[in-house]
Design a protein around this ligand. Structure first.
Ligand code: PFF
Ligand code: NA
Length: 456
């Protein structure tokens, strides 16, 4: 009896962490830090983790555990309690998840391509030129070339879609989940090994300084805060109704607070480790090339795909470590992608009373068609743009609404009590203060600024 509960608890943590850990940790976290001034980003990031990440995770776990339904249905029921329609918010979240799925798969495509390059390190001695010019073929970036289709990238993305489709279509995710249980720890260990190799190289420490040294002059810059909150929601997969749905399967006797803290800390700890690796390499590259840190990589969006190959080049057996690293990264990305597509598909199944197979065919084939836009020369530009709007506007809006509904209209105390009743340790008043005051005020301020900037 006891043992079984322990098993299911580990199973739950693995599912939650499996959705959370993905390209958001290794590709997007460093990309956001880089684009927002390194150390200028780090304090807002930690602040967002504490004031929004942990409280949101507890809130979603608690709500899912209490109501035990899937996404739009949970919002439909909450709306019913409150006396107005809320199902649309669930669908808004499904929509955001679907848009993310469509460009996320492009980055999984890059990792698959890099897996094939890694056997012979075909990225060569200049991974920056390789990524942007030889792989993405951005050398000729004049407007007339933006629509040019990149066949290699399209093949890689199609492979990624096929794997996601098979998992969601058959409903048998056992294979990927089992692979993920091995691959996530392996990815973690490989990041540590790579850090061990690069940390003592000349310049590495100046890279770390760039990531961690606070830049207080930018604490008033709303864009940095927007990026930090957006990254926290993206990386933790909260605000997509995914964690709500997962926690509806939690056994009654589960430890909500503990599970939420573990999920957030494992995920964000992993991001910080990846940041140490990537910025360490960046510092080394800057020293080698005698350039400022900010001029080594053509654009933040490719940071991971330039620095990681550079680190792999420096290893004693790159043809072993490289493939292992990119297999693990691909699996981590795929498991997150599957969790997104699964959420979209199950919402469609629930709403239209269709069977799983046709729903999976519909969702994946539509996603596939739209995602092919990212296999063109304009793909990188488009990805940067869509990623910005989704994470800095749509996701923040959805999270703010969810927050206001739960913490103000539904009285957060119910969720707070439910969480504490089902936990070994209790969360105190800070939890309520973050959910009711701090996060809504910050989110509303950032959003107002972002909307103003976009519209005016
Ligand atoms: N959290 C995942 C990552 O960091 O890679 C990405 C993700 C998964 C976002 C699931 C949203 C989601 F619903
Ligand atoms: Na993540």
């Amino acid at each position: 009896m006891k043992r079984e509960q322990w098993n299911s608890r580990v199973g739950f943590i693995l599912a939650a962490v499996g959705s959370a850990i993905g390209l958001g940790n290794i590709w997007r976290f460093p990309y956001m830090a880089y684009d927002n001034g390194g150390g200028a980003f780090f304090i807002p990031y930690l602040f967002a983790m504490i004031t929004a990440g942990i409280p949101f995770m507890i809130m979603e776990f608690s709500l899912g555990h209490k109501i035990k339904k899937t996404s739009p249905r949970i919002f439909a029921q909450l709306g019913h309690t409150l006396g107005f329609r809320l199902e649309w918010l669930g669908w808004f979240q499904v929509f955001i998840a679907a848009v993310i799925a469509v460009y996320y798969v492009a980055v999984i495509g890059w990792t698959l391509s890099y897996l094939s390059f890694s056997f012979s390190q075909s990225w060569g001695e200049n991974p920056n030129d390789f990524f942007f010019n030889q792989y993405l073929k951005l050398g000729n970036n004049s407007p007339s070339h933006l629509g040019e289709f990149q066949f290699g990238i399209a093949v890689a993305m199609s492979t990624a879609w096929l794997m996601t489709f098979l998992a969601v279509f058959t409903g048998v995710k056992g294979g990927i989940e089992r692979a993920n249980k091995i691959m996530m720890p392996m990815l973690f260990i490989m990041v540590l090994v790579l850090i061990g190799r690069i940390l003592f190289l000349p310049g590495a420490l100046s890279g770390l300084n760039y990531l961690f040294e606070p830049d207080f002059s930018r604490l008033l810059d709303a864009q940095v805060w927007s990026a930090a909150y957006g990254q926290i929601f993206f990386t933790l997969s909260v605000g997509f109704a995914i964690m709500l749905a997962y926690s509806s399967y939690l056994p009654t006797k589960a430890d909500i607070n503990n599970n939420a803290f573990m999920t957030v800390l494992i995920n964000c700890g992993f991001s910080i480790l990846a940041g140490i690796l990537i910025f360490g390499v960046l510092g080394y590259m800057a020293e080698e090339q005698m350039k400022p840190l900010t001029e080594v990589v053509s654009s933040g969006i490719g940071l991971a795909f330039v620095t990681i190959p550079t680190a792999i080049n420096l290893m004693p057996a790159p043809y072993i470590l490289g493939p292992l690293f990119f297999i693990a990264l691909t699996i981590a990305g795929l498991s997150s992608h599957i969790s997104i597509i699964e959420a979209v598909t199950s919402a469609v199944i629930d709403k239209f009373h269709v069977r799983r197979k046709p729903a999976a065919v519909l969702v994946c084939s539509m996603g596939y068609l739209v995602s092919m836009a990212f296999a063109t020369n304009g793909g990188l530009l488009l990805l940067d743009l869509v990623d910005y709007f989704i994470n800095n506007i749509a996701l923040l809006m959805s999270c703010l609404l969810e927050l206001v509904i739960i913490s103000w209209l539904l009285k957060v105390t119910v969720i707070h009590q439910h969480a504490n009743e089902h936990s070994e340790f209790r969360v105190g008043g800070w939890f309520v203060v973050c959910l009711r005051f701090i996060s809504p005020v910050i989110l509303a301020t950032i959003l107002a600024k972002n909307l103003y900037n976009t519209l005016v």
